[in-house]
Design a protein around this ligand. Sequence first.
Ligand SMILES: C[S@@+](CC[C@H](N)C(=O)[O-])C[C@H]1O[C@@H](n2cnc3c(N)ncnc32)[C@H](O)[C@@H]1O
Length: 268
Amino acid sequence: MEEEQKISPISSAKDSSLGVIMFDSLLSHFSGNNQPENLDPALLKQMRQEFNNSEFFGEDMRNLWLMLERIQIKANLDPGKGKNRIDLLNLACGYCEEGSVLPAFWGRHGLSVKQFSVDLRDAEIDKAKRRYAATESIFKSAMNPKIVNSGESAQGVEFIADNAVNLSKYGQIPSKFDVIFIRHQNLWHDRPTWQKIYEYALNSLSNTGILIITSYFDREHLLALELLKLLGGNMVVSERNSASRQLDFPGKSIDRHVAAITNKSIPI
Ligand SMILES: C[S@@+](CC[C@H](N)C(=O)[O-])C[C@H]1O[C@@H](n2cnc3c(N)ncnc32)[C@H](O)[C@@H]1O
């Protein structure tokens, strides 16, 4: 009885259903939100099991998923409310381990998601593209080709190697986003650059838009929140992620802190 009372409405990292939820959301993402109908049930069952037990989307991605679930509930987020598509921007994405996880997460209840992922470094974007393509080919291998999203639909993922603040110059990129994600922001390293990135992010939020940042260490997270507030950000929630994986450097861990921020000048 006591055990039952401790169970949170949010899945836990030990929850064996988490891998299945992630798998099904990824499958839906890669099928362009068309519920795949003609899948071989035996193959699907085997893939679900393999995915659940695999390290391909290991600890960090599962923790990221859980962290986003918590943040969404705590901050009562409903990005893209009233729309049929979520416009998602992953800024300074590096090699973008989360390249397919983010659109699968935000699209898990059936909304289509268009994601742009940007980093300054060509080599990182190249790796990001290859990682995403590898994941895509695993999922598409299970599908009937007729239902596979050809990339022409509203849904999809684009990777761009450029300075984040140049994005407004691209005609084909939305000017407003429902979710902007910055994983492991790097304010400590180069404050002037990150101030510009934060300004761009806050100014690019849609009416129901949310900026989500994560940080490797405590001090950098506090400084980031302070600066974001100065720039017109409204901190909706910030939490220390207790499941965060410790790195070799003392005091640093993966997605150690997460915060959700809105733009104060946009009435809710
Ligand atoms: C600490 S890394 C985080 C990378 C990735 N988000 C992650 O969690 O692994 C910071 C990233 O910011 C990128 N970056 C720095 N300045 C940038 C800018 N002006 N525009 C786009 N990306 C930038 C770097 O290339 C680097 O990949």
